[in-house]
Design a binder for this molecule. Structure first.
Ligand SMILES: Nc1ncnc2c1ncn2[C@@H]1O[C@H](COP(=O)(O)OP(=O)(O)O)[C@@H](O)[C@H]1O
Ligand SMILES: [Mg+2]
Length: 486
C-alpha cells in the first residue's frame, strides 16, 4: 500500500486473518459467502477484515447489518471489535445517524441496523458494493434478498455479499446452506467447506446447480445480463478451535460455553444446525396432504391472525453471557405477525389455503389485515376474520377498533384462554389424524418447519394463528356471519 499509516511509524502491529477458516473466508471468490458456526469462531472479526481490502478506494462503502443498534454498540459487539482494528488504519468513527468508520481515502464502513421488514426500504436507491450481515439468521429471507438487489456498485468493486451466523435450525438460512451440512448429524460437512454452488431465484424459489452453465441452460439465459442472474455461494464453517487469538486471550470462553444447556452447547460450541429441542409431537409434515388447487367443496373460511407484540428494545435477558452468545430471542419471539387462512371442507377435512408471516407492527399490520380481508373475500367468498383480544380494557379497545376498521367484513375477536399448547391441541389432532390438506405454495417450508418445532421452537406465531383459525372453524356458526359488538 502506498499510504503510510500511523501504525507503521511505531512498533508494527500486525492485523491479519488467522490461518484456516478465516483465511478461507477472506479468499472466497463467491458472490455470497456465509461464515457460520460456533460462537467465538472469529466470524465478525473476519467481516471487519474483509472491508480492509477496499479502503484505498475513495468511493467505496461497505454496510454491515445487525438486527438492532444496541447489538452494534454493546460490549464485545461489532463496534467494540472494530475498535481493535480500524483506528490502526487511521480511520475515525461517528455514531450517528449510523455508526460509521471513515478512512483517509474517503472509503466508509457503516454499521446499520434493520429490524422491521419495512426497514429494508430505507435502502431503496442506495448502492452498496459490499453488503454484509452479522448474524444473518436474525434477518428475514426477504430482507436479505431485497438488499441483495441493492447490491450494485459504481466504485469499481464487483458487488458481493458476506455474512456470518450462529447455527439456527429454524432459520431460512439452515435451508439455504443445507448442501454444506451433513444431513444426518447437522454438523457442517468439512469436505464441502468453501465449495462453490450456483443458484437462480425465481418467484422466491431458489434453484441450485453445481455449475453456472447448468442454470444458463435450464433457464434459457443467453445475454450477459441474463447470465448475471446466476449467483455463486460458498459456506464456510466456523469452529471455536479455529480462533487461537480468542482462546489465548480469554481461556475461560470455552468454559462459559460448556456451562450452557446441552441444546445451546450443540448450537454455539459444536455448530449443530439440526439440533432440536424435542419437537415434532404435534405436527408432522408427512401427515399433510398437499393440494395444488383450492378444493371447490369448502363450506366455511376463516383467516385468523396472531399479532406482533411489543416494539424492540434493549435486549437484556442475556446479561452475563459472552457477547457472541447473546441472542435476541425475546425480540424475535414477539416480532412476527401471522395470518393463516383455513377452510372446512364438506368431507370434514381442513384445508390450509394461505399463510402470511411478516415482521411488521402497528399501522402496517392494520393495513395488512384490511388488505387481506379484501383479497380473501374477493378470492374465496365470505371469509371470517378472527383477531385475538388481549385481556383488559386496552385489549378491548384495540379489538373494537379492529372491528370498526373491518366494517363490512365478518369479524370475530376472542380472548385467548389457555396456553398455546392447549389451544393448538384440537388442530394438532386433526393434523396427526391425516385430516389436513395444505396448498402447495412458497410458504410451505417455513410453515412446516415452525409446526414441526412446536412447542419448543422460539417462534410460534403461525402455529398460534392456525390453532385459532381451527377453533373458529369448529365453534363459529357456519351459516351466518356474525360480528361482535360492545
Ligand atoms: N484474526 C484475528 N486477529 C486477532 N484477534 C482475532 C482475530 N480473529 C478473532 N480475533 C479475536 O477473537 C474475538 C472473537 O471473534 P469474533 O469475530 O467476535 O467471533 P464470532 O463472531 O465468531 O463469535 C475477537 O473479538 C478478537 O479479539
Ligand atoms: Mg460475531
Amino acid at each position: 500500500m502506498a499510504r503510510k499509516y500511523k501504525s507503521e511509524t511505531k512498533a508494527p502491529i500486525i492485523i491479519r486473518p488467522q490461518q484456516g477458516k478465516q483465511e478461507m473466508f477472506l479468499r472466497s471468490p463467491a458472490d455470497i459467502c456465509i461464515y457460520g458456526g460456533a460462537a467465538g469462531g472469529g466470524k465478525t472479526y473476519a467481516l471487519l477484515l474483509e472491508c480492509l481490502r477496499h479502503i484505498e478506494r475513495k468511493n467505496f462503502e461497505a454496510v454491515i447489518f445487525r438486527q438492532s443498534r444496541p447489538q452494534i454498540l454493546s460490549a464485545g459487539g461489532l463496534y467494540a471489535t472494530s475498535q481493535e482494528i480500524y483506528p490502526y488504519l487511521d480511520a475515525t468513527s461517528v455514531l450517528t445517524p449510523n455508526v460509521q468508520w471513515r478512512f483517509p481515502s474517503g472509503a466508509k464502513v457503516t454499521f446499520a441496523h434493520m429490524f422491521y421488514e419495512k426497514e429494508k426500504y430505507n435502502w431503496m436507491g442506495s448502492q452498496i458494493p459490499l453488503l454484509m450481515f452479522d448474524e444473518l439468521t436474525h434477518f428475514t429471507e426477504s430482507q436479505f434478498f431485497y438488499l441483495f438487489s441493492r447490491n450494485r456498485s459504481t466504485c469499481g468493486v464487483k458487488p458481493y455479499i458476506r455474512a456470518t451466523c450462529n447455527p439456527d435450525g429454524e432459520s431460512w438460512v439452515a435451508k439455504f446452506i443445507e448442501w454444506w451440512l451433513d444431513p444426518e448429524t447437522g454438523y457442517a460437512d468439512e469436505s464441502r467447506c468453501g465449495k462453490i454452488r450456483y443458484f437462480v431465484r425465481r418467484n422466491n424459489i431458489i434453484h441450485w446447480a453445481d455449475s453456472p452453465e447448468q442454470l444458463y441452460e435450464e433457464f434459457g439465459l443467453y445475454t450477459t445480463e441474463e447470465m448475471s442472474e446466476v449467483k455463486s455461494v460458498a459456506f464456510i464453517s466456523a469452529k471455536l478451535t479455529d480462533n487461537n487469538a480468542l482462546l489465548k486471550h480469554d481461556p475461560g470462553y470455552i468454559g462459559a460455553l460448556k456451562a450452557m444447556s446441552e441444546f445451546d452447547q450443540e448450537q454455539l460450541l459444536n455448530g449443530n444446525w439440526k439440533i432440536r429441542r424435542s419437537a415434532g409431537h404435534y405436527f408432522k409434515r408427512a401427515k399433510a396432504q398437499m393440494l395444488t388447487a383450492v378444493p371447490t367443496d369448502v363450506t366455511k373460511w376463516v383467516r385468523a391472525w396472531d399479532l406482533a407484540a411489543t416494539a424492540p428494545g434493549e435486549d437484556d435477558d442475556n446479561e452475563g453471557l459472552p457477547q457472541a452468545m447473546k441472542r435476541n430471542t425475546r425480540n424475535d419471539d414477539s416480532a412476527y405477525t401471522a395470518g393463516v387462512l383455513l377452510g372446512k371442507r364438506r368431507n370434514g377435512r381442513v384445508f390450509v389455503a394461505d399463510v402470511i408471516n411478516v415482521r411488521e407492527n402497528g399501522a402496517d399490520v392494520r393495513q395488512l389485515i384490511l388488505n387481506t380481508a379484501a383479497s380473501d373475500n374477493a378470492l374465496y367468498g365470505n371469509v371470517t376474520v378472527r383477531l385475538p383480544q388481549d385481556p383488559g380494557q386496552a385489549g378491548k379497545d384495540q379489538a373494537q377498533s379492529f372491528v370498526r376498521m373491518l366494517g363490512g367484513y365478518t369479524v370475530t375477536t376472542a380472548l385467548e384462554s389457555g396456553d398455546k399448547v392447549t389451544r393448538a391441541e384440537p388442530f394438532s389432532s386433526q393434523w396427526l389424524a391425516g385430516n389436513v390438506d395444505v396448498k402447495v405454495a412458497e410458504w410451505n417450508d417455513d410453515y412446516f418447519r415452525q409446526l414441526e418445532n412446536f412447542p419448543v421452537g422460539k417462534l410460534k406465531d403461525m402455529v398460534d394463528a392456525s390453532a385459532n383459525a381451527y377453533l373458529e372453524l369448529e365453534n363459529g356458526k357456519p351459516e351466518f356471519g356474525y360480528s361482535f359488538s360492545y
